[in-house]
Design a protein around this ligand. Structure first.
Ligand SMILES: [Zn+2]
Length: 167
């Protein structure tokens, strides 16, 4: 289950993709291969070394691609830290808070949802952040796969060959 680091044209990491997707991108000539694993994969006519790091040949805007919105991913993005009181909690003591409450038209999406402990969530209630003077410590953002991977727990297993490309 090798995973492949995808870089933007600027060499900025933007995602982690499956090797199958990577091989497809190579085949479609959308990327160049910067590093390979030892393993080989067989295509119809020949074997190729499995790509480890690939770089897009055309720039894409970072951030809005393919990261699943879920409670857990919100917690990972915010490092399991309540964005109001700044304390860290286990997932079972956390909830997702709408910055702009749903009752006031706020959407359930990355840029309007922050991690909150139960207590802060109750305290904020149906108010806007300014009304309660509860501003999140960090403005919520749309993370990339790469950011989630890096912030999440699998950081230790990042392939060695990626190291040159991570900041
Ligand atoms: Zn809190």
């Amino acid at each position: 289950m090798e995973q492949v680091l995808l870089l933007n044209t600027t060499f900025e990491p933007i995602a982690v993709v499956s090797w199958k997707k990577a091989v497809t991108l190579v085949f479609l000539q959308k990327v160049e291969v910067l590093g390979v694993y030892d393993r080989e994969v067989k295509s119809i006519s020949r074997s190729v070394r499995l790509p480890a790091v690939i770089r897009l040949l055309h720039f894409v805007r970072n951030g809005k691609r393919g990261v699943k919105f879920s409670r857990r991913n919100v917690f990972i993005r915010d490092d399991f830290t309540c964005q109001y009181c700044g304390k860290k909690f286990e997932a079972k003591h956390l909830t997702c808070d709408h910055l702009i409450p749903r009752s006031r038209g706020g959407l359930t999406e990355w840029t309007n949802i922050v991690t909150s402990c139960i207590r802060c969530n109750l305290r904020k209630g149906d108010k806007l952040p300014e009304e309660r003077e509860m501003l999140p410590r960090r403005k919520p953002y749309w993370p990339t796969d790469y950011q989630l991977l890096r912030l999440g727990s699998d950081v230790k297993v990042l392939p060695e060959i990626w190291r040159d490309y991570l900041f």
